[in-house]
Design a protein around this ligand. Structure first.
Ligand SMILES: [Zn+2]
Length: 512
């Protein structure tokens, strides 16, 4: 994920809870499921997964959610109903929840004790439950791609913060979303005959709510992945631009990783539901769903450029980290690699110039210089505690340093491209610690071992004057510049970094 870094506030406003109780619900939705007989049939039909119904009311933005936990030993041993309380810088999520009711296996209502808003304790394990939730967009607009919300043109159901599965190991569910007329849901999850979605892990599931007449852009890659892109709102790029970019970037990355990211990929682009935010954007790629929430660009000509940048960055995450089973805080690596490889890809396909490429690295160096000393591993662990920008800046510079070192020592046989391809291929099914795995791989090459020891594990700063030299990229104390007469070997590395690619034809209608 990425946020327009300098704009991300260190402190986040909490989401205002909506006071009062909607008495209309009792009349509109009689709780027939509380009767034991109906409960029995329902539980039987649910088989092993939890069953959930989400009734949306787009105008009121306060859906009613009913459901049951799967009838398993684990679920029957827990007395609590717990929601995610904060996610990616959005706090106080529990305050959105109201009218929580719970019932035991016999259908008897349980009296709940509120430990904190979003965390409830019952005297016996709850089996069925109901509640409503305030889905007005978060006050902090940059939190929008990370939590559920509903705006006037639809929104997102991020089941992780919507359903009470926090702390439970079993996270599969059959989810039925009941919508008002004129709306539909779109997701990568398979549906059964009654329209319920089969979700294998609610914490990583995203359901987009859009108007029924929304036409997605679709693209099928050579490797057979189906990409679907939903664009809401008015933008200064054309639909043809977006279509061409999606295909180009998807194919570039499928080639880079030699694999498709998933059978189905969904990309959502929506304006900030709170309005405004010109120049800002924030995004999250959760499993195979990309959510980009964005303001417009100050100038029309920047609009296609930025969409390309957003797609280059977020689509990379479909493979890393979302396509591997690595664990732990190794954000310094996958964010650094996403920024770096998307930058390289931008230069390679002629979307940005090599001067843009160097300029971006120079900006990262300026941010990095203001960052306190400390190891990248430690900085990464504190990602959401205010130093996101620093981790991103040091991450992209480290990726650049590693790439140049590998290409120089490997004489064209080693590179960052090859490194991420191998990391992806070897860890798709293998559960391992991310940092441990990456450090082990870096330790296998003589040229990357010192970078890992001194700058990733250790707290020594990268030497800007040295990291690009083998590629003919010098540092003048303020910015990276191209050496006047690069040697043959330097030119070979420069070609890989996208140097000279800008001479290729421009592909997009809006491009200057
Ligand atoms: Zn990212």
């Amino acid at each position: 994920m990425i946020k327009s870094p300098s704009k991300y506030p260190a402190k986040h406003k909490s989401i205002p809870a909506r006071g009062g109780v909607s008495t209309a619900f009792g009349l509109k939705w009689p709780i027939i499921w509380a009767f034991p007989l109906i409960l029995q049939i329902f539980t039987f039909a649910a088989a092993q997964s939890s069953d959930v119904e989400i009734r949306l009311d787009i105008d009121g933005k306060r859906p009613k959610i009913t459901g049951s936990f799967a009838p398993s030993d684990e679920q029957r041993a827990k007395n609590n109903i717990s929601f995610v309380l904060s996610t990616a810088g959005v706090e106080s999520l529990g305050e959105r929840i109201g009218n929580v009711r719970a019932f035991d296996a016999d259908g008897a209502e349980l009296s709940l004790r509120t430990l904190v808003p979003g965390e409830y304790l019952a005297p016996r394990p709850p089996v069925r439950w109901s509640y409503d939730i305030d889905l007005r967009p978060p006050a902090n607009r940059l939190g929008s791609p990370h939590v559920s919300w509903l705006g006037m043109s639809g929104g997102f159901l991020m089941l992780g913060d919507l359903l009470p599965f926090e702390g439970r190991r079993e996270r599969s569910a059959r989810v039925k979303v009941v919508l008002p007329r004129g709306w539909r849901t779109v997701s990568v999850h398979p549906a059964v005959a009654d329209g319920s979605l089969l979700i294998d892990d609610v914490s990583r599931a995203v359901i987009a709510v859009v108007r029924e007449n929304t036409q997605p852009i679709t693209f099928r890659s050579k490797r057979g992945a189906g990409y679907e892109m939903l664009i809401t709102g008015e933008w200064q790029f054309s639909r043809a631009d977006a279509e061409a970019m999606l295909g180009q970037i998807a194919e570039e990355y499928e080639k880079l990783f030699d694999a498709r990211p998933a059978e189905r990929v969904l990309i959502n682009l929506v304006p900030f539901p709170q309005g405004g935010g010109v120049g800002d954007w924030a995004a999250e790629t959760r499993r195979a769903t990309v959510t980009i929430v964005s303001g417009d660009t100050p100038f029309a000509t920047q609009s296609p450029q930025r969409l390309h940048e957003q797609l280059r960055h977020e689509l990379f995450h479909l493979w890393l980290p979302n396509g591997v089973r690595l664990k732990g805080s190794y954000d310094w690596f996958y964010e650094g690699a996403a920024l770096y490889i998307s930058l390289k890809t931008g230069a390679r396909v002629g979307r940005i110039t090599f001067a843009n490429f160097l300029e971006t690295l120079s900006q990262a160096a300026a941010i990095e210089a203001r960052m306190p000393a400390g190891s990248l591993l430690d900085a990464s662990a504190g990602r959401w505690r205010g130093n996101t920008t620093g981790v991103y800046a040091r991450g992209i510079l480290t990726a650049f340093a590693l790439d140049v070192a590998m290409q120089d020592a490997g004489r064209g046989k080693r590179s960052m491209d090859g490194f991420v391809r191998r990391l992806y291929a070897e860890n798709r099914e293998r559960e391992a610690d991310g940092n441990g795995t990456i450090l082990r791989m870096l330790g296998e090459m003589p040229e990357t071992t010192p970078i890992a020891e001194r700058h990733i594990k250790g707290s020594e700063r990268l030497d800007m004057a040295k990291i690009g030299l083998a590629a003919g990229v010098a540092w003048d104390g303020r910015r990276f510049t191209l050496t006047e007469k690069p040697s043959g070997r330097q030119r070979a590395i420069l070609r890989d970094l996208g140097y000279n690619s800008e001479r290729r034809r421009s592909r997009y209608q809006n491009e200057k």
